[in-house]
Design a protein around this ligand. Structure first.
Ligand SMILES: [Zn+2]
Ligand SMILES: [Zn+2]
Length: 349
């Protein structure tokens, strides 16, 4: 069902091109339009953070993969703690061209003092040992570099687990684009409390500092066997939907690292795009559920809220960045990726 809305031009990144200079370290190299003859882009639903019996999950890799295959996902990354599961046999059994793919991965599980510092390496060629370090930032950086050195893609996990990583620390980590803004594990403090910021506030603080990071949602599933246990880290609570040319690890991860995806805990988008400085979000409506779309700019400021579908926002030029959050009347959400905004052209008189 994710393919039905795959054809719209992905003009988003073309716009990012125009504005990228305002974000330190960002380099967008190509517009994502779909001219005649260009590959058709499709949407693929996936989870990039999952545990099995190979670390502290309760089910075999086969059972875990089967769960996602049977629940409407197109890809899954197995990420056990400091363990890289060989996925060849799993793909022989469950993989299917353009339908389902298992990607190898690992949760590189490190700490600095009492602070747990976890990061996923996606599509790793070999296992990455936790590197240690002299500070939170140093430890994260060493692990990012270790993941990159074996051609993996890093994403930094649950910054508020153990209240381990502050916005100021996270924004200093280089050569990484992705971090979790939502994790379905029940003890990772997605939201604010005790005067400490939630993950969306951390995201806005980082974006407002000029560092571009993209936000992902994951379930961090550990428990597949106790359906009555609502307090367990269960599957299906958070995921990403990626716009890519094909269902391959390289195409999916390239798209994620250029921000061509959205994160979700249940809201499904039919499309999102930018055209003529207008950000347009189209929600796939279901039943009697109602939606509101919030457009957010620098400092986490609410720029506008819309209840029409599609919801649109006309970019003024002074926002620094614009991102959208879709909230539904039953508690689910989706988050689109931030679009950097350059200063507006001189006003015409
Ligand atoms: Zn973790
Ligand atoms: Zn985990």
């Amino acid at each position: 069902m994710w393919r039905r809305f795959s054809k719209r031009a992905a003009i988003l990144c073309g716009f990012v091109l125009f504005a990228a200079a305002s974000f330190a370290g960002l380099r967008i190299t190509a517009a994502q339009g779909t001219p005649a003859g260009a590959p058709r882009l499709r949407w693929y639903k996936g989870n990039t953070h999952t545990h099995t019996l190979n670390s502290d999950g309760d089910s075999t890799p086969d059972e875990v993969v089967r769960w996602y295959r049977e629940h409407g996902y197109q890809f899954l990354v197995l990420t056990d703690h400091n363990y890289l599961t060989n996925v060849e046999a799993l793909n022989s059994l469950h993989g299917a061209e353009e339908k389902f793919l298992v990607i190898p991965g690992e949760e590189v599980t490190d700490r600095f003092g009492e602070k747990p510092l976890h990061m996923n390496g996606l599509n790793l060629k070999q296992v990455v040992e936790p590197q240690g370090g002299q500070s939170v930032v140093d430890t994260l950086q060493r692990n990012v570099d270790a993941v990159r050195s074996v051609e993996g893609v890093p994403h930094i996990n649950h910054p508020n687990f153990g209240w381990a990583i502050t916005a100021d620390e996270l924004r200093q980590v280089e050569r990484t684009r992705l971090f979790e803004i939502y994790n379905g594990h029940p003890q990772v403090n997605n939201f604010s409390g005790g005067g400490l910021p939630g993950l969306e506030e951390i995201w806005d603080a980082i974006l407002s500092s000029g560092r571009l990071l993209y936000g992902i949602a994951v379930d961090d599933a550990h428990v597949f066997k106790r359906p009555w246990d609502a307090g367990a880290a269960r599957p299906g609570r958070g995921w990403v939907v990626v716009r890519a040319e094909r269902l391959s690890a390289a195409a999916l991860l390239d798209a994620m690292e250029r921000g061509d995806f959205y994160a979700s805990t249940g809201v499904e988008l039919a499309d999102y795009q930018i055209e003529n400085r207008t950000l347009r979000i189209t929600v796939r409506e279901r039943g009697a559920t109602k939606f509101r779309v919030q457009f957010i700019g620098a400092g986490g400021r609410l720029l506008a809220e819309a209840v029409m579908n599609p919801a649109t926002y006309q970019i003024r030029g002074d926002e620094q960045y614009v991102r959208a959050r879709v909230l539904d009347s039953n508690g689910a959400a989706a988050w689109t990726q931030p679009v950097p905004v350059a200063s507006s052209p001189a006003p015409q008189r």
